[in-house]
Design a protein around this ligand. Sequence first.
Ligand SMILES: NC(=O)N[C@@H](CC(=O)O)C(=O)O
Ligand SMILES: [Zn+2]
Ligand SMILES: [Zn+2]
Length: 432
Amino acid sequence: MNEIVIRGARLYGEGDPVDVHVADGTIATIGEAGAVTPGEDAEVIEARGQVLLPGFVDLHTHLREPGREDTETIDSGSAAAALGGYTAVFAMANTDPVADNAVVVEHVWRRGREVGLVDVHPVGAVTVGLKGEKLAEMGTMAKSVAGVRLFSDDGHCVADPLLMRRALEYSTALGVVVAQHAEEPRLTVGAQAHEGERAARLGYTGWPSSAEESIVARDCVLARHAGARLHICHVSTTGTVDVLGWAKGLGIDVSAEVTPHHLLLTDERLATYDPVNKVNPPLRAGADVERMRRALADGVIDCVATDHAPHAVQDKDCEWAAARPGMLGLQTALSIVAETMVRPGLLDWRGVARVMSERPAEIAGLPDQGRPLAAGEPANLVLVDPDAEWTVRGAELASVAANTPYEGMRLPAVVSATLLRGRITSREGKIG
Ligand SMILES: NC(=O)N[C@@H](CC(=O)O)C(=O)O
Ligand SMILES: [Zn+2]
Ligand SMILES: [Zn+2]
């Protein structure tokens, strides 16, 4: 029997420390500190009052396998996830070949199981080849071994309203969710940076906020008429928060995520011309960042998703216009949330559990993730040292690529241990 005792942890960072006894993949008992007598073979994790939370769930990860294993693999990305406190991740479909059929999604799912560090759920493409022309066989992917429950053309917007309408109608029938990368392509031709004063001064073509907001508004209306659930990827503007508030007020079944980088970084970063700061949607203005934080705190934005996007040196260390958009996120997400939400008092640790574990698990319909910390529940857990700090070094992260915008930054909160179904997947910054 595989037994672990987490000694002296504070559940959700609240109350007195308790002992959590894990056996056979589930939480067996939770008792007063010192009350649990583990078996002789039990592994003991000394928590010393650290914060115990349900394992994190990332609705938006790019693992790059198949096709760009020079930047990330399911192996390396799973390691980054485990080290970041994640017990489940959703791997986006913009791979090569595209995950628009059962063969590719089953490969990703199987490879994730073999690696075994985190539950890897493949996201299925909405349209064939992400081309936005013809619906992919969503039903076949949903019914495959991979059991796809999230569909997205992420990297591209499903821009054709008729295709989006059909995708939402199918998703309702299949009981799955469509996640939209909201970017009206006609409004972002040649766009390089957030449209505003800074982009104008630096000579970059602007990416207007309205390109995001117009699609979010349109899709909320389409979801309402289709009676469908809709998820919005990487929300980045105040106007999108306004639209989401309006839609939720009407009872439209829409959920939304924000990335850690849109909670912290602004377009002030662009002054250096360093493409490590290039991302889609672009880093926005300070007022947008402020609004992202408030919307996450009050629930208009449901959850945090990393949009972990590894890129090769040659695709990042080049002139701005030629660089690929995207940044690493799995190993820094918790710390950025601690810095932007916990430190300023916008969220407590129970709130962190909500936005990084419970809500994403609910949105994707995962029955065994984001569960309460209680006896009988699956032991998908993360132990966080809230008082520790660390310095980010891209070269030391588990990802193959190293494109972190937080290089050299000192950040709060360290993942001490991650458990997947009662097995230690990371401990003290090391795998397993
Ligand atoms: N976010 C990004 O800037 N890039 C993502 C695609 C995406 O999420 O739109 C990527 O795949 O690199
Ligand atoms: Zn996207
Ligand atoms: Zn993405």
